[in-house]
Design a protein around this ligand. Sequence first.
Ligand code: MG
Ligand code: ZN
Length: 462
Amino acid sequence: MTMNSIYATRRAQLAQAIGPHGIAIIPTAPEQQRNRDSDFPYRADSYFYYLTGFTEPKAWLVLTGDGSSTLFCQPKDVEREIWDGYRLGPDAAPAALGVNAAFSSAELDAKLPALLDGRDAVWYAFAVHKALETRVDGWLSSLRARVRYGSLTPQTQRDLCGVLDEMRLVKDPSEQATMRRAGQISAAAHIRAMKTSAKMLRAGKEVREYHLEAELLHEFRVNGSQFPAYGSIVAAGANACVLHYRADKGLVRDGELVLIDAACELDGYASDITRTFPANGRFTGPQRMLYELVLASQQAAIVATKAGARFTDPHDAAVQVLAQGMLDVGLLDKNKVGSLQDVIEKRAYFPFYMHRTGHWIGMDVHDCGDYTEPSELGQVSTRQDALTGELIKDRPARILRPGMALTIEPGIYVRPGAGVPEQFHHIGIRIEDDAIVTTTGCELLTRDVPVSVADIEALMRA
Ligand code: MG
Ligand code: ZN
């Protein structure tokens, strides 16, 4: 399939979903100013890109239920193009993108009421694009003003997110190929950072978190990645226990661990990798003990990731291993917290493992898609949270199907506290890989970077 036919297929699928008399309006993302005269790097809206493959700003896709697509885009403008770069323009858009018609985005307000005329429902993403609702209101009211001339106003407005999120949740072969390549680039970046850390320390140089971040960014970009998929975390020593730490200027010390959670975005698709490694290339005893525990918990979660399993199964499998390990190494005292079952029921592991084991990944690093099973929405139960006492609504978790993509990322974070063995203080470890669910299990996209103790030590020795 050519890329254009992939987008055409998606548009046809969407047209089917909104019904023959529906109309969908999909704007791309706005440009964002960073500070005076300087914008953030532009990135297209994920929904818009998914349906068009078009990356210019100020563009809109309008799709009608009969399968006809209209693009509104920036008009050709020699002077603006001298300053801001090439524009495709409406004349070239139908051939280049496979849409049926294209107009200048300046014509949006003039054309939309006529496009809406006679449609039964207007679909757009609710609560996503700032002021879009107001914009739609304006088009509907100008259409209604013409009611005496026989125009018909749509009776319903519907949220496009549900339909598009379901489509995006299952990755097609071309998406999987892009995600595989993004995973390979990110893995190479982690290897580069690991090697640099050991090499600089061996040479007696001062190593700071930003030195390692620079290696990551270099590897992303030199392989054609457009952006990091999210703000890189490079956390040396105790900084690893701050979950949303960023790469800063912290000193990378011989004998401490470094946690790196960083990965690239490639052609609109994210990857997401975390590795934790000894700055000098050799794990100490206590570091190794906790590392092996997190790795075993990740392995249990990987085994639990397969078609037919629930989204929560990998998390439950990881928690089982982590909780038992915390009892075994003395992070938790059985005389105080009781058995493994008690630890899990009362969430006594929470001070050391306070996040979930994964999330959907795709165009967005925390990708769209319901985490509850749509075929079982009616089955709601209520339970009281063991730690907060809060009443929580439980709905059956999503059943995994081939082509869904998710991360598997257990961790352990030890802050000093009463009864916490000193040898583990300030150790923070997370191991994260990206997986695509297959019929028999899952494919890991990010294993080009070593994960075992022996392989990490061997890599960093070389
Ligand atoms: Mg991550
Ligand atoms: Zn993640």
